[in-house]
Design a protein around this ligand. Structure first.
Ligand SMILES: Cc1ncc(COP(=O)(O)O)c(C=O)c1O
Length: 413
């Protein structure tokens, strides 16, 4: 008898499915399409030579350890390096409370595994990171969202939310948020912490982009403002390379072991060879700081080109964020435009973006879009934005013509 797979799936799989947008965006792999849709770093900046040397050295000098099973907590020298570096940046961290993860995406999954029963509520910014929604969806989470503006999460709205809802944790991206590129202002950070602390609700600070600032310097991390209540997620994906799947988290002492227990059944530990080679790369004099400086320079230029091109090619009625760091610009179009419909039009112009709806757990944001500048050369950004501007203008003309036609239809008595 044939197995009827679908009838055997656990309830939690109900919300695990391909998104139609992701399917559509598969088209963007075609070279003639200028994709502003991805969230990928610039591959030409990957430290390939440094890794080649580091892997060689690790295999020559400590191959037995590199290829053996290792501790779930992570490779101790790397945990020590991370704790030292974070402490130097004002993010409190002890090596004993650093857990190396297989990408910070694993940190999100572990959070769901530890905290979320079906129907439990997570408080998230609106919009928020799509991969976090996917991770928490797998644990059948509910969402309560906090609106954002140019200063990031509107922390002033949080008190009411925390009074009205039982929230397991607040998921926040204070630095150059994915998708909006926004930076949470210092007063908003302080108010967020003050409110969460008063209600006894923990915060998850997801911070892949904090070091990629293009102007000014870093603002105080949420963890520095409340070390006992903030779980910090970090990653090498945007400062070295995402392909190794190497991230980390810092958990308050009473929680750390729980993360280790949650990680063990998932993958026992993160690749030892990768951790050792990365530790080697990070030990090279000033390499990491110089490398991150170079990433900032390249991305800053691309961001500038994108903003300039948007000024030139986007029609009146559109607004967008300035992305003072990170990988993304977030645009809001006139309300008559549905960016999912616009995407089809844009693909015909051979340019792609991600419609904003994908970043809203409540499916809002129909007239918003995320644009990536890190993975596209300045020339292609310029051309891509010109194409997108044409698609938006055509779509606007279409919806205006449709509205006029509808108005001119005689109303029957
Ligand atoms: C906000 C945010 N969190 C987590 C991740 C996952 O990163 P990784 O698993 O590569 O560390 C990403 C990736 O783009 C992200 O934007």
């Amino acid at each position: 008898m044939a197995v009827s797979w679908g009838t055997l799936f656990a309830d939690r799989t109900e919300r695990m499915h391909a998104s139609d947008i992701r399917e559509l965006l598969k088209l963007t792999a075609r070279p003639e399409i200028i994709s502003l849709a991805g969230g990928l770093p610039a591959p030409e900046l990957f430290p390939i030579d440094e890794y080649r040397r580091a892997f060689e050295w690790v295999l020559e000098t400590n191959g037995n350890m590199a290829l053996q099973y290792g501790p779930s907590e992570g490779y101790r020298p790397l945990r020590e390096f991370l704790a030292r570096r974070m402490t130097g940046m004002g993010i409190p961290a002890e090596p004993d409370h650093v857990l190396v993860t297989s990408g910070s995406q694993q940190g999100l999954d572990l959070l769901g595994k530890i905290f979320l029963n079906p129907g439990d509520a997570v408080c998230a910014e609106s919009p928020t990171y799509m991969g976090a929604i996917q991770a928490f969806d797998a644990y059948q989470a509910d969402y309560v969202t906090v609106p954002m503006d140019d200063e990031g999460m509107r922390s002033q709205d949080l008190d009411d939310i925390l009074q009205q809802h039982a929230i397991k944790f607040i998921y926040a991206l204070p630095n150059f948020q994915n998708p909006s590129g926004r930076l949470m202002s210092e007063p908003r950070r302080e108010l967020l912490i003050e409110t969460a602390r008063r209600h006894g609700v923990p915060i998850v600070e997801d911070d892949p982009y904090g070091e990629l600032y293009f102007e000014g310097g870093p603002l105080p991390s949420l963890r520095s403002l409340w070390p006992e209540g903030v779980i910090y997620l970090g990653t090498f994906s945007k400062i070295l390379a995402p392909g190794f799947r190497l991230g980390w988290l810092v958990a308050p002492p009473g929680l750390y072991d729980e993360f280790v227990f949650a990680k063990q059944p998932a993958d026992l530990h993160t690749s030892m060879a990768t951790q050792m080679a990365t530790n080697e790369v990070c030990q090279q004099d000033d390499f990491l700081e110089t490398h991150i400086d170079q990433i900032r320079d390249v991305y800053r230029e691309r961001r500038n080109v994108m903003l300039r091109a948007m000024e030139e090619h986007f029609p009146p009625g559109c607004s967008w964020t300035r992305a003072r760091g990170g990988l993304f610009v977030w645009a809001e179009l006139p309300p008559s435009i549905d960016t999912r419909e616009l995407l089809a039009e844009a693909l015909a112009e051979q340019v792609a973006f991600v419609p904003g709806e994908s970043f809203h757990p409540d499916r809002g944001g129909h007239n918003t879009m995320r644009l990536n500048f890190s993975n596209v050369t300045p020339e292609r950004i310029e051309e891509g934005i010109a194409r997108l501007g044409r698609a938006i203008k055509r779509r606007l003309a279409h919806v205006e013509a449709t509205a006029e036609r509808d108005q001119s239809v005689p109303v029957s008595p």
